[in-house]
Design a protein around this ligand. Structure first.
Ligand code: A3P
Length: 275
């Protein structure tokens, strides 16, 4: 199967840049990078290395589809081009914009236990701020509204985890069958099963196997074997240790998300074991 892996050769052999036929729209911290990299193992998929931020950034969007296409990798006619920009998920205008570009596009959204996602989000922002020498707020100061002692719904990380609200907007423009929901927690523990479901969703033969993906004990995560390298793991900013959170706060968060989760399961006709 080795020969099926394409080598990037600019413009030759019928390779071109194409608008994506599939977009990973989010959600942030749910394993979007891992999924994109895993999908890149498939010989019929070409993925854009960088987040393009076309539909969520007005000045990028105003540059038009040619600009967007310019940011795509070269591909053969039968290959599928994939891009991921997790902010699309929460961007008000993104569903309409994507629909306008291609109403039959395939969308992938990763979801993860909403409480875990809030902590992961906090952890990322925490490290980014530390790196810039900025002060950081304590998790509980952000997540709990001091006045009411309830969950602070103004905290962005909490808002992103109310998946129901966001998916409701996407489903105004796209049919349910057009959106594939990946279990971000399962992607960590059993990536192959999630990848195989994506291959099926994209109408591709199953090509990613145990041979391409192995559990890396030192890293504590699954890593990849590619034709070029024996060991390709994600960067160390992925899979960072989360801080300890008081059980009472975890309970509050779980309780807060529970009704939204229930509504989400009904909306997408798919359940997760989050509660
Ligand atoms: P944590 O850093 O909280 O553990 P995103 O790429 O959307 O920002 O998601 C980051 C998350 O991807 C990480 O969250 C990590 O748990 C998860 N992940 C899933 N599979 C992974 C893998 N094979 N290697 C590293 N991180 C992975």
């Amino acid at each position: 199967e080795e020969e099926e892996f394409v080598t990037e050769r600019v413009g030759s052999n019928g390779q071109q840049k194409r608008l994506p036929q599939c977009v990973i729209i989010g959600a942030r911290k749910c394993g979007t990078r891992a999924l994109l990299e895993f999908l890149g193992l498939h010989p019929w998929i070409q993925s854009a290395d960088q987040e393009v931020h076309f539909f969520d950034n007005n000045s990028n969007y105003n540059r038009g589809y040619e600009w967007y296409k310019e940011h795509m990798p070269y591909s053969y006619p039968r290959q599928i081009t994939v891009e991921k920009s997790p902010r699309y998920f929460i961007t008000e205008k993104a569903p309409e914009r994507i629909h306008q570009m291609n109403s039959s596009i395939k969308l992938i959204v990763l979801l993860r236990n909403p409480t875990t996602r809030v902590i992961s989000d906090y952890t990322q922002v925490y490290y980014n701020k530390i790196a810039k020498g900025k002060e950081v707020d304590k998790f509980e100061d952000l997540v709990i509204d001091k006045k009411t002692n309830q969950i602070n719904t103004g905290y962005r990380a909490v808002q992103i985890s109310i998946y129901y609200n966001h998916l409701l907007r996407w489903l105004k423009f796209f049919k349910r069958e057009q959106i594939h929901v990946v279990d971000g927690d399962k992607l960590i523990t059993d990536p192959l099963s999630e990848i195989n479901k994506v291959e099926q969703f994209l109408g591709l033969p199953s090509k990613v196997t145990q041979n391409n993906i192995y559990f890396n004990v030192t890293r504590g995560f699954y890593c990849m074997r590619t034709p070029k390298t024996d060991q390709k793991c994600l960067g160390l900013t992925k899979g960072r240790k989360h801080p300890h959170i008081e059980p009472s706060i975890l309970r509050k968060l779980n309780e807060f998300f529970r009704p939204y989760n229930k509504k989400l399961y009904a909306l997408i006709n798919q359940t997760f074991d989050w509660d």
